[in-house]
Design a protein around this ligand. Structure first.
Ligand SMILES: Cc1cc2nc3c(=O)[nH]c(=O)nc-3n(C[C@H](O)[C@H](O)[C@H](O)COP(=O)(O)OP(=O)(O)OC[C@H]3O[C@@H](n4cnc5c(N)ncnc54)[C@H](O)[C@@H]3O)c2cc1C
Ligand code: SF4
Length: 331
């Protein structure tokens, strides 16, 4: 085990300064991802700064505009069980409940969840093969290796990994914002811009830099929120990451879709919004399966599957359709 020093932060300002001035320092919340990465030698921080005592970061509270603010230190299980989250954004509650295990969800924080790193086996292996995310410039073993679990959208020659967070997919569909406090004050990052595509720098997963602390995630008051659903397909029914998943939400006039929100997990380096499908779904009847299928297909014309995940192109469209139908049944 890689040795590290551990200290506790009591003040957010001091935590941000400490993080900004020391590239060897990492924040730790639940530790359910970071400790695993340290054990796998995929992270080697010299200093862990425990942020669990920082004030006001574990609350789940309504916003004046009708939205919800979810503190970065709120635990996954508390958010999933929260009455307002369940009532107004079932897609978020389900995105959490289908993740990990009960024990992990009790420990794991929301900020840590959206910061978790890819589950690409080449990246996680204790004795890794070439991996640009782990050792920039070393190559990507998955590109021509075993890539069944990898991306079909937005990948580059440098990295074909997917983002493993379930609830991130729900947040992307709901147009949530990540509230970050840094050296120059607080800023709000649209969820769809929080995670990055790999490009030539796959070692960077998010828009955050040194000295950035996630304080909350804010969900705007979307009309589609109540009629929403998260569907996750995986190799076993619990305690498993998504092969493919979909977050769907709709607002309707009768049975006709007024607006739809669709995002997918397990298909890209970030939650993948089906923007073309959302536009094509406007005005379509929820009872017209073929029209729904055609609308969803508009977002798959640029899918680029790898050698072992061609099946994901069809599976993802089926998952999106089923998620949309279930959301529609909740109108
Ligand atoms: C066996 C197993 C199965 C799992 N299955 C799933 C699954 O199916 N779906 C799913 O979505 N997840 C799954 N997970 C991942 C799990 O949800 C994450 O490990 C957890 O959410 C991370 O939260 P944490 O508080 O423990 O983060 P930590 O491990 O403490 O931190 C993770 C990262 O986030 C950073 N960080 C934490 N808080 C902040 C903050 N406020 N600001 C800035 N940076 C911060 C840390 O520095 C670190 O880099 C699984 C994990 C395990 C071990
Ligand atoms: S897909 Fe990304 S994480 Fe996996 S081996 Fe390639 S560079 Fe590494």
């Amino acid at each position: 085990m890689h040795p590290f020093a551990l200290s506790r932060a009591e003040d957010p300002g001091a935590a941000i300064v400490a993080h900004a001035s020391d590239p060897q320092l990492a924040f730790i919340a639940g530790g359910t991802d970071l400790i695993g990465l340290i054990k796998d030698r995929a992270a080697r921080p010299a200093h862990l700064l425990d942020i669990n005592s920082l004030p006001d970061m574990a609350r789940i509270e309504p916003l004046p505009n009708g939205g919800l603010r979810i503190g970065a230190l709120a635990r996954m299980s508390d958010v999933a069980a929260h009455a307002e989250v369940r009532r107004r954004f079932p897609v978020i509650a389900e995105g959490l409940l289908f993740a990990a295990s009960g024990q992990l969800r009790n420990m794991a924080s929301m900020g840590g969840n959206i910061m978790q790193r890819t589950r690409c086996a080449y990246f996680r292996d204790e004795d890794p093969l070439p991996c640009n995310k782990r050792r920039p410039g070393s190559g990507c073993s998955a590109l021509h290796g075993f890539n069944r679990n990898h991306a079909i959208f937005g990948w580059s020659e440098a990295c074909v990994a997917t983002n493993p967070s379930d609830v991130a997919v729900a947040f992307a569909a709901m147009d949530a914002n990540v509230i970050v406090r840094g050296r120059t004050g607080e800023r709000s990052i649209p969820f769809t811009e929080f995670h990055r595509l790999p490009g030539t720098t796959p070692e960077r997963d998010t828009a955050l830099g040194q000295g950035d602390l996630i304080v909350a995630i804010e969900v705007p008051p979307r009309v589609e929120g109540r009629a929403s659903h998260y569907l996750k397909v995986r190799d076993r029914q619990s305690y498993e990451f998504a092969l493919v998943s979909a977050a769907a939400a709709v607002a309707t006039d009768g049975r006709r879709i007024r607006s739809a929100r669709l995002a997918m997990g397990g298909v890209a380096h970030k939650p993948w919004r089906l923007v073309a499908a959302e536009a094509a779904l406007r005005g379509v009847s929820l009872d017209d399966i073929h029209a729904l299928e055609r609308a969803i297909a508009t977002s798959f014309t640029d899918a680029r599957p790898l050698a072992h995940n061609v099946f994901k192109v069809e599976l993802a469209q089926r998952v999106a359709l089923r998620a949309l139908e279930t959301a529609g049944a909740r109108v």
